[in-house]
Design a binder for this molecule. Structure first.
Ligand code: FES
Length: 215
């Protein structure tokens, strides 16, 4: 026989059970909390290098021979991607010859790494891959322009990190390099601010002078 609740009986969850509405409310709260945490984490990650002033300490990249064995095109000018420190390690004389078309092979660019030397005359440069516009990771050199071209908003930089186009406020930031014997060592504890807009050393081409990989 079917029984019915009598008039005046209180309906709802049993004691200790959660109503559907309060369950939904709690889940919404959890969702908002997770989103806030994600946002906070992303913001801190973005700001972290600026807050600490660096990524870490001295990083040994290797000898010229080590780098060529890792990435054979380094000796013909293709920047070496060192993923752990998010940097491009540029063989400067080889990169310049790639751009000017003389296409020389430079197995060992030498030991002229002092920050007192003009960047275009150094043996190597360590360029930070974090775009100085809004922090996107800059991809490998575009093979059409031989420039670095940021995929996010189209900022463009020469192979030495000098700004040529787009919304970035300056050239690519970099790190100082020292020699430990014949091992190139990058000081990632301090970010060296990129060159101001208008800096042009050996590559004076404008954005309209060639094809590009980005817009
Ligand atoms: S983040 Fe690179 S152009 Fe905006």
């Amino acid at each position: 026989m079917t029984t019915h609740a009598s008039y005046g009986e209180v309906h709802g969850p049993n004691v200790g059970e959660m109503s559907r509405r309060s369950f939904m409310r709690r889940m919404l709260g959890v969702g908002v909390g997770l989103l806030s945490l994600e946002f906070l984490g992303g913001t801190l990650a973005f700001l972290w290098p600026n807050l600490t002033g660096g990524l870490g300490g001295q990083i040994e990249i290797g000898t010229a021979a080590d780098i060529n064995s890792q990435q054979p095109a380094w000796k013909t000018g293709e920047p070496y991607i060192y993923t752990k420190a998010r940097l491009f390690f540029v063989n400067v004389p080889a990169a310049k010859s790639l751009v000017d078309g003389s296409k020389q092979t430079v197995e060992d660019p030498g030991t002229d790494v002092s920050p007192d030397i003009e960047p275009a005359n150094r043996s190597v440069l360590a360029l930070y891959r974090k775009c100085p516009h809004l922090g996107c990771q800059i991809p490998q050199l575009c093979d059409k322009s031989e420039w670095f071209e940021c995929l996010c908003h189209g900022s463009k930089y020469t192979v030495l990190g000098e700004k040529r186009d787009g919304p970035a406020p300056r050239g690519m930031d970099r790190f100082d390099v020292t020699m430990n014997g014949d091992i190139y060592t990058v000081d990632t504890s301090k970010i060296v601010t990129g060159p101001p807009i208008g800096t042009a050393t050996f590559d004076n081409r404008g954005p309209g002078d060639m094809q590009h990989c980005v817009g």
